[in-house]
Ligand binder design. Sequence first.
Ligand code: GCV
Length: 604
Amino acid sequence: MNFHNCWLKKRSFPYPSTVREAAEAELSNLGVPFKIYINGNGDGFTISKNGNEYQISGGETGALYAAFRLGVLLNNKTDFTQINEAPSYENRIINHWDNFNGNIERGYSGKSLFFDDNEIDYDENRMRHYARMLASVGLNAVAINNVNVSLPAVKLITGEKLPRLAKLAEIFKPYGVRLILSINYASPVMLGELDTADPCDPRVADWWKKRFDIIYSYIPNLLGVLVKADSENQPGPFSYGRDHADGANLFAKALAPHGGYVFWRCFVYNCKQNWRDTKTDRPKFPYDNFMPLDGRFDENVVLQIKNGPYDFQIREPVSPLLGAMKQTTQAVEFQIAQEYTGQQIDLCFLPTLWREVLDTGFKVKHIAAVTNTGNDFNWTGNYLAAANLYGYGRLAWDSSLSPESIAAEWCGLMFEDADARAAVKKMLLDSREIYENYTTPLGMGWFVTPHTHYGPDPLGYEFSLWGTYHRADREAVGIDRSSRGTGYTRQYPPEVAAVYDNIDTCPEELLLFFHRVAYNHVLKNGKTLIQYLYDSHFKGAEGAERLLKAWEALEGRVPGEIYKNVLERLHKQVKNAYEWRDVFNTFFYRLTGESDGLGRLIYK
Ligand code: GCV
C-alpha cells in the first residue's frame, strides 16, 4: 500500500540491520559531510559543526536521534555550532489500543497496523517506515495491543503467536524501538491452565516465570508488559483480596531476570457507581488506591498514571499521584488519540495541554501516550493530527519545549510555503482553546455523547454508572471537591490544596472541576458564570469558523491532497461546534431561564 509519511520524507531502503547502520543511512541521506563517533550506549548526542562537516557523537541510538535532529535543523535552516541533547525520559512510549480483530478502541485513523481478523497481520514494509517515523521523534517503545485484553488476544503470549511478534520486534530493532505487550492479568485462567490468578499463589508465580522465559526466548529485547487490572471490568488482584502491589510485583519478579518492566496502570476506579451517591468521587480513586502502597513496589514496576485524575478531558488538574510516590517509579500517560478532544475531526493541538501538565513540575522516569495512528494512508486520518504525534514525541524527548516551537518545527517539515507554515502554526496554537470554548470550559468535563464520546449530550453520563457527573441544576453546576466537599483537594500538598480549596484562588479554568458554582457567581472578568458559559460557546463556534476560513485561504499553498483532507474535517468541526454551542446553551437556558446578555440566539 502506498502511504504518506507525515513529517518525514520517504526514503528507499536497503533496510538497516543495526542502529548504527540506520544512523549512517539517515546521515548519508542528508547529503552533507559527516563523521560519527560512537561512545557508550546512551540516547543522548552532540552535533558539532566543523567547517562544512557535521560531527556526531553519542551512543548508537544517540547517533540515530542526532541524524534525525540534524535533518530538522537543516530543513529549518537553523544556525548552530554545537548542540547537546539527552532525552527527558528513559522510555518514550506509545500505546496502541488495537484489538485482535483489527478494530482500534478509540481509533480515528483506520484499522490496526498489527492485527486483522483475529490474527497478527502487518505489512512489513509499512512497519519499517513506522519504526523510522517513531525514531525520528525519539520514541523508543510501542505497546502494540489494547490494554483491554480479551480472548483471543490473550493468546498473544503463547508459542502460537510469538514467532510473528518476534519478527516485528526485529523490524523495529534497527530504529531503537522496543515492543511492549499488553497482557490480561488473569491469563493463566483465561488460557485454561490454572484455576486461579491469585498473585500470592506460588503456582501463579511459577506460571508467569515460565511464561516470560518463553516470551523472552522469542523476543529478547521486549521492554516489558502493560497491565490494566481491576479497571473497567478487567480482572485484577482485587478479585483475590490482594492489592495492586501484590499484583504488580507478581509480574515484576517474573520479568526481572530478563530486565523487563511491568507498566502497571493506575486507571483504577469504581465503574459501577451510583449517581445518587454524592460522596463517592471518581477522581479520588487512583490516589486512594495507590498512594498507600508507596514503597511496596519492586524496582521494575512502573506505575503508569493518566495525566489527570479523570480521563483525558479537555481540561483537568494534574493527577495528584504524579510525583507524589517518592519510592515508586512512575510514567505519565497522555492520550494522543483525540477521544474526548475532537476525534481527529476537530483540530485540537494537544502539546498546548501537555505543556500545562508538565509545567506543574512532577518528576517521572518514563512517559507513555495512547497513539492516534492507524492504517489510514496518512497514519493519523486528519493530516493535521500528525502534529500531535510529532508533538508528543518531541515533548517526550525534551519536556521543556514550547508548543510554539513544536508547531513551528512541524509546519516547517510539512509545508514549503512560508505563509502556509505561519497560518497552520497559528491554527494549531489556537485550536485547544477554541475546542475547550465550544465544549466544556472551566474544567466542567463530561457532556459528551455516551460511548462514542463525540458531540454533546448534556445528560448522557449524568445518571450513569461511570462516576462522570456535572450535576447541573437550576441554581448551580460543578462538584465541590474542596476539603469541605468530596475532599479530593486533600490529595495535593497542603499549599496546592489551599489554592484549589478557595473559590477565589482556584485557577478559573478549573473552577467547575473543583467547585459547585452558582450561575450568578461573578467571575474575574466581571461576568456571571451563566454569561461566561454562553459567551464561551459563541466564541468557540466563531473560533471554529475562523479555523475553516484560515484553511480556505491556503488553497493552492498546501498540497491538494492535504488541503482536501483537512477542509472536509474542518467543515465537520464547524458543524460540531454549532451543535455543541446550541445544545449547551439551550440546556443551561432551560435550566436557569437566563437569557444571553448580548441577545444572541439561544434556542428555547
Ligand atoms: C482502553 C477510557 C476509554 C476506554 C479505555 C480506558 C482506558 O475509559 O473510554 O476506551 O479503554 O479509558 O484508559 O483503559
